[in-house]
Structures are given as structure tokens and as C-alpha cells.
Design a binder for this molecule. Structure first.
Ligand code: 5BU
Length: 279
């Protein structure tokens, strides 16, 4: 049986990584494969959006360096919301430096990402040392790393042999790498004869139901295209849910989050061959 047709629960049970297991269990418990990307620049808006979408998500994705009034209290409140609504936190930091530097960027500075973010990600461009550096900080804390095997943007250079090398790099470091940011399943990519594949999670940005792009290179596909046709595991949605950050509206944000959650879950049920139960 390939990972494509396995349930989140089956995968959670068998997964060796604590971070991946936690995410898969959360997905199953909440019946949500939705990750909301909260790209707003004010602390109050950031926390408000997370509180609105909390009931509908398995994961909240942050870009902590875009918050203008960041402080330690923000991290504390984020952690309170994570417990209140039962979701994990993913800082989309896209580390891409030598091992020593990324270990410092991950552990230190103003943001101390490793102390609160269950999952983070890295570009494979520096080679395996980027994983070694991040693992030296994150592994003892039970954190997980995603490699950027592909990007959603027009003209991305993360294709072909670059993507294949990223997958091989992940397989060689599966004690810390739990999956990929990618546009499709990576099962079997670059697999050597006789080598067994690992259960990598595929988290996919570039998801939108109402538009095809944003005029700045972003390209959107629907949850069904992403989950059923491309076999990805988690949909990442930002502006499709919170809209214009200058005009946040609680009811609209909540109803969009619920809409994407249902679309994502129904697509998953279709993929594993079960009837739609939530439409
Ligand atoms: P949007 O508002 O749904 O377009 O936001 C998408 C988010 O996902 C945003 O935070 C990006 O930084 C992030 N992203 C992406 O869009 N495409 C990628 O390939 C990667 C990350 Br990697």
C-alpha cells in the first residue's frame, strides 16, 4: 500500500518522528488538513486571525520576521492559542546558510524559533550541512524539518535534479527531516534499487479557490488538485482565508477557514476512497 492511500491515522501510528506523528494525529483528531499562513504585520491582527481560524486548522504557519511589534508576549500568546485550539506551529523561515549560522538563527536572536515552533523549513541549496546545523538544535527538542523540494512560484528553479537531490538528502536524514514543501508527492523520487521509501509529509502552498494567482508570481491550485491529483497531505492557505489584512472580518475569516477545511478534508476522503462526509 502506498502512502497515497493510507489514512492519516495509519501513518501517525507508524511514524518514527515525534513531530510528524503529532501533526498526523492532530489532522486526524480535528479532521483538518488545513494549515493557515498568517502573513500579517501587526501583533494584534496576527493573534486575532489565529484565534478566528484556530478551530479549523491542524497547523498555523508564521513568518515571524514580518511582525512589526514582535515581543516575547506574542510567543506566549501564540502558544496559549496553540493549546486552546489544538494546532501545531510552523515557522516558514526557509533557512539557507552554513550549518553553524543556521543553528544560531534557529536557536537565538530575537525570535528563538526553535523554542516555540514545532516545525520549520530549509532550502536544500547549501547541501546536507544545513540539516546537520538545524538538527543540532531541533532534534533534542523533538522538532521536525521540511525541505523545500519545490516552490509554488512561476519560474521556480527547484525542479528536476534539484528536487530529486532534495529528496535523497531527506532520506539520508529522516531522523529529523519529516517531509517537504512541494507541489506533489515525492514517493519513489530518486529511490535507489532495493531502497525502502520513508513516509514524508507533503505540505503545499499556492492553494486558492477563487483566484489563479496574485500578480506577483504566486500560482494557485484548488485543494482537490493538490490533495487528490498531486497527492499532497496538507494545504497551506493564506490570503484566500484572511483576505485583506487591513480589513479583517471575524465572520468572513472563520467561514473561509471552514470552507477550505471542508474542501481539503473531502478531497482526502476521495483520495482514500471514502464517501464525502462533511459536504
Ligand atoms: P498565500 O497568501 O496563500 O499566497 O500565502 C502563501 C504562503 O506560503 C506565504 O506565506 C508564502 O511565503 C508561502 N510559500 C508559498 O507561497 N510558496 C512556496 O513555494 C513556499 C512558501 Br516554499
Amino acid at each position: 500500500m502506498s502512502f497515497y492511500t493510507k489514512t492519516y491515522a495509519q501513518r501517525a501510528e507508524a511514524h518514527p518522528s515525534p513531530a510528524a506523528k503529532q501533526l498526523l494525529e492532530t489532522i486526524e483528531r480535528k479532521k483538518s488538513n488545513l494549515c493557515v499562513s498568517v502573513d500579517v504585520t501587526r501583533k494584534a491582527d496576527f493573534l486575532a486571525v489565529i484565534d478566528f481560524v484556530g478551530p479549523f486548522v491542524c497547523l498555523v504557519k508564521t513568518h515571524i520576521d514580518i511582525i512589526e511589534d514582535f515581543d516575547h508576549d506574542l510567543v506566549e500568546q501564540l502558544q496559549v492559542l496553540s493549546k486552546k485550539h489544538d494546532f501545531l506551529i510552523f515557522e516558514d523561515r526557509k533557512f539557507a546558510d552554513i550549518g553553524n549560522t543556521v543553528s544560531l538563527q534557529y536557536s537565538s536572536g530575537v525570535h528563538k524559533i526553535a523554542s516555540w515552533s514545532h516545525i520549520t523549513n530549509a532550502h536544500p541549496v547549501p547541501g546536507p550541512s544545513v540539516i546537520t546545523g538545524l538538527a543540532s538544535v531541533g532534534k533534542p527538542l523533538g522538532r521536525g524539518l521540511l525541505l523545500l523540494a519545490e516552490m509554488s512560484t512561476k519560474g521556480s528553479l527547484a525542479v528536476g535534479s534539484y528536487t530529486e537531490e532534495a529528496v535523497k538528502m531527506a532520506r539520508a536524514n529522516k531522523d529529523f527531516v519529516i517531509g517537504f514543501i512541494a507541489q506533489r508527492r515525492m514517493d519513489g523520487v530518486g529511490l535507489a534499487d532495493g531502497e525502502e521509501d520513508a513516509d514524508f509529509l507533503i505540505l503545499t502552498p499556492g492553494v486558492g479557490l477563487d483566484t489563479k494567482g496574485d500578480g506577483m508570481g504566486q500560482q494557485y491550485r484548488t485543494p482537490r488538485q493538490v490533495i487528490v491529483e498531486s497527492g499532497c497531505d496538507v494545504i497551506i492557505v493564506g490570503r484566500g482565508i484572511y483576505g485583506n489584512p487591513k480589513a479583517l472580518d471575524r465572520d468572513s475569516v472563520r467561514s473561509q477557514a471552514e470552507r477550505y477545511m471542508k474542501e481539503g478534508w473531502n478531497a482526502y476522503l476521495e483520495r482514500i476512497g471514502k464517501n464525502n462526509q462533511t459536504s
